[in-house]
Write a protein that binds this ligand. Sequence first.
Ligand SMILES: [Zn+2]
Length: 234
Amino acid sequence: MLPEIDIIGQEKLAESSIAIIGLGGLGSPSSIYLAASGIGVLNLFDDDVVELSNLQRQIIFDSSDIGERKNLAAKKKLLNLNENIVCNSFSERIGEANIDDCLENSEYVIDCSDNFETRKIINEYCFRTKKDLISGACIGWKGQIFNFKFSSSESPCYECLFEGLDEEDLSCRESSIFSPLAGLIGTFLAIETIKNILKLNYSEENFLEINSLTNEIKKRKMVINSFCKICSNK
Ligand SMILES: [Zn+2]
């Protein structure tokens, strides 16, 4: 019923295909909202198993899922929520060798992975194939949301912002996270993805930084690094 969406917009959502890489604290809320929004095809990727310690933030799972494969447990929940979507789920770990095959059938990519190495591989793939990359991260009380609109603009890329950082500098895997913040960032990933599909994205090359301890929300400018080894020819 929102005039910006209407029936035409709802049809666009139904014709879209999205890959969600990582079904943890960020992938849980984003996949739930995207399934509920009627996205046509969701392709889920996670090679992990549900553990008790996941449940405070990975809200797509409950205690009956402990020990189950995340990709299968999530698929079941999403199809229960909306039986009219197509949901494919894979337990492959995305890497350089398989990313082209894994993401071939997805027009949009949401990076909810928990390590820097995977993020860089996804960034390179999305830049090369001109697919929008919506990416989130959170550590402690702080989180960030990035929207790299490779399909429609000369967007900076993830490497432009995080060149030179490696796994030890920025990893959600081993760090503590304020769990409702993961919900907020994951929900924002769904917001950005839906707006990209509907071409409703008004925010230009910015990323959003949220501090959930102080409630500061900042829009920060993203600029192309002219020496970036991924997106710059120099
Ligand atoms: Zn770049």
